[in-house]
Design a protein around this ligand. Structure first.
Ligand code: KG4
Ligand code: ZN
Length: 343
């Protein structure tokens, strides 16, 4: 067993829940020694989204390579002596994809006799903010990605309670679907952001009302964009795609702003966290910054380059588990629909 009392903790982490195969070495949960990400987006683009079987095959092909590279870049030549734990995402995500990173992590841990930590992918996204600043609890996390849109109440470290979620599409999914309607390639978030920067927010689009104040719904907004485009096509009328992008982005950002504001009012967090692929969106970041300022709240945003899927964020989350002595058994299985524990 490694000596947990030693000052610096080094964790090798794996992430393979969707379409990025990644391995990283993270020191003390907040310093990246390596973070190798192999993306397979190009293979999925012609299908307009992730094809699970294709994703699993890519992960298999890349997992050892990213692990070797991550260890090499971090200067790890003797894993048993230099590492303190191995971590891997075990859910939520695509089961065939999750299994590849999880098996790699568990095997590595078994071979080198290191403790293993299974990490919730969403906890990983939230923990990406730790590379900027340690979290002050209680905290409210805004977790917006391609698969999830969650408001997460964190009373203390390693405690996650979902207080709001999307009833239909996730925020990133809405960006991707609207992008498809507008003829953009998957994933469309960044392209829509770039188009929005050149457009005017002059098209009225609906922001859904939900029974639970903190929940989200984006499918009505998506349909409104579809109707707008169809209508213009039917009457053979041009429309400004940049204006549509700007108006759509404004509606998504406003929905997230409004719900987060209500949650701040209700829960009075000490800190606001922003993470997930959509956290790379500049308009959303500006909006969260404005909101935090209004309430005199401390805001920590995941760095843009760590907003999307990567293993460093899994290492950051695993470190919090390590500190609390939370380890996983090697029998841990992939959980495609893994939810947050409420603690
Ligand atoms: O977190 P992530 O890499 O994967 C999941 O766990 O889902 O998020 C990917 C999502 C995609 O839907 C992508 O379109 C969106 O994040 N995204 C953005 C931006 N960059 C990525 N959405 C809006 N604006 C961006 N700049
Ligand atoms: Zn993700």
């Amino acid at each position: 067993m490694n000596d947990n009392s030693k000052k610096d903790i080094y964790i090798l982490a794996f992430e393979s829940s969707a379409d990025e195969t990644s391995a990283a070495v993270v020191k003390n949960g907040n310093k990246i020694l390596s973070n190798v990400v192999a993306t397979q987006i190009a293979s999925h683009q012609r299908f307009g989204g992730i094809v699970p079987e294709v994703a699993s095959r890519h992960h298999l092909e890349w997992i050892n390579r990213v692990a070797d590279q991550a260890l090499k870049q971090a200067g790890i030549t003797d894993p048993k002596a230099q590492l303190d734990a191995v971590a891997a995402t075990y859910g939520p995500g695509l089961v065939g994809s999750l299994l590849v990173g999880l098996m790699a992590g568990k095997t590595f841990a078994a071979v080198y006799d290191l403790p293993f930590i299974g990490v919730n992918h969403l906890a990983g996204h939230i923990s990406a903010a730790n590379f900027v600043k340690a979290t002050v609890y209680p905290a409210l996390a805004v977790m917006v990605s391609g698969g999830h849109t969650e408001l997460v109440w964190m009373k203390k470290k390693n405690s996650f309670e979902i207080i709001g979620t999307t009833l239909d599409d996730a925020a990133g999914e809405a960006f991707d679907k609207v992008g498809r309607i507008m003829g953009l390639q998957y994933p469309a978030g960044k392209d829509i952001q770039d188009m929005a920067a050149k457009g005017k927010e002059n098209i009225d689009l609906p922001i859904a009302h939900t029974d639970n104040d903190f929940d989200f719904s984006f499918s009505g907004l998506k349909s409104a964009v579809l109707n707008y485009v169809h209508h213009h096509q039917q009457v053979d009328q041009e429309y400004d795609r940049n204006d549509l992008a700007a108006s759509f982005q404004k509606a998504v950002v406003k929905a997230i702003y409004d719900k987060t504001k209500l949650a701040i009012e209700e829960f009075s967090p000490k800190q606001l966290l922003l993470g997930g692929g959509v956290a790379a969106n500049i308009a959303l970041r500006r909006s969260m910054e404005k909101l935090a300022k209004e309430y005199g709240l401390d805001l920590t945003e995941a760095p843009i380059e760590l907003s999307g899927d990567n293993a460093a964020m899994i290492g950051a989350a695993a470190y919090l588990n390590f500190q609390d002595g939370i380890f996983s058994d090697l029998s841990l299985n992939a959980e495609p629909s893994l939810n947050f524990p409420v603690m």
